[in-house]
Design a protein around this ligand. Structure first.
Ligand code: DQA
Length: 151
């Protein structure tokens, strides 16, 4: 089982970026914990981060046939990117969206997600712990889906 973790713009600044909103944990630390959590379940995690929309679109497009699922924090592109939404929809790989902050408690422009309608579900408001919650949700979905396929 292989999962691709996709992180969007400004997330490499985690740890020093607005810690009152995003916490003080770095992206490397979050990903290390996630990788260990996944490995204990026999799951391999590969991670990409980019500030560039096109790079994220390419990474998602390349996931088809290579990964069983995607955990994605599209960051600011959540609220703006038809291209990321289309990439998630086109690649056919089940995805779970994650946000460190509860975007619904923040500015109105963060309340809408263009990407979540093409995802299995969304986890938000739990800081870095949300990534492991998103992975577990995705694994649960994949296990359930596989059982239904076998019926
Ligand atoms: C974020 C929320 C977005 O609104 C914001 O643009 C981010 C981070 C989060 O993880 O809480 O960059 O995706």
């Amino acid at each position: 089982m292989k999962i691709l973790v996709v992180n969007g713009p400004n997330l490499k600044l985690l740890g020093m970026r607005e810690p009152s909103i995003y916490g003080s944990e770095t992206l490397d630390s979050i990903l290390k914990r996630l990788t260990e959590h996944a490995a204990a379940k026999g799951v391999r995690v590969d991670a990409v981060q980019s500030d560039h929309e096109g790079d994220l679109v390419t990474a998602i497009g390349s996931a088809r046939g290579a990964y069983d699922g995607i955990v994605i924090n599209p960051a600011a592109y959540t609220h703006t990117s038809v291209a990321l939404r289309d990439a998630l929809s086109a690649c056919g790989v089940p995805a779970v969206e994650v946000h460190l902050s509860n975007t619904h408690k923040r500015e109105a422009f963060r309340h809408a997600s263009l990407t979540v309608p093409v995802c299995v579900g969304q986890v938000l408001g739990f800081g870095g712990a949300g990534y492991t919650l998103a992975l577990d949700g995705l694994l649960h979905y994949l296990a359930t889906q596989n059982k239904e396929v076998q019926k």
